[in-house]
Write a new protein. Sequence first.
Length: 135
Amino acid sequence: RRRMAETGYKISRTVSVTDEDIKEAENYLKYHSFYAKLLKLDKYEQDYFGGGERVDIHSESTLAHARMFEIRHFIMTMQNSNEKLFLYYHYVRGDSVDRCAELIGISRSSAFRLKKRALALAAEKYVARRKREIG
C-alpha cells in the first residue's frame, strides 16, 4: 500500500487510484447522510404540515431509500476489515472519527490513518465498478 507517484495509490495488483478517485468515492459515501437528512425533513413535513400517508413512487423519499441501500450495499460487500467497519460507522451511522476510533478500539490518530486507507479501498472498488458499468 505504497503511495504511487504524486497523486496515485496502488491498493491491489490490478487497480491504482488517484486522489481525485478517492474524493469521488468519499462524495459518493457522503450521500448517505444527505439522503438520511432528506428523509427526516420529509417526515417532519408530513408530521407537522399535514397530509396523510402519500404514496408517490416518484418521490424523493423513494429515491433516497434506494440510494441509501445502494451505498450500504457498496460498503457491506467489501472484505471484512477495520476499513469496512470504519466506513460503515462513519458514513452509514454518521459517527465521528473519534467515535469510530472508540468503537473499533484504536487511537484517534490511528482512526484518521484508517479513514485514509478505507477511502482508498472504497475508491478502488468504486473505480472498478465504474469501469464495469462503462463497459
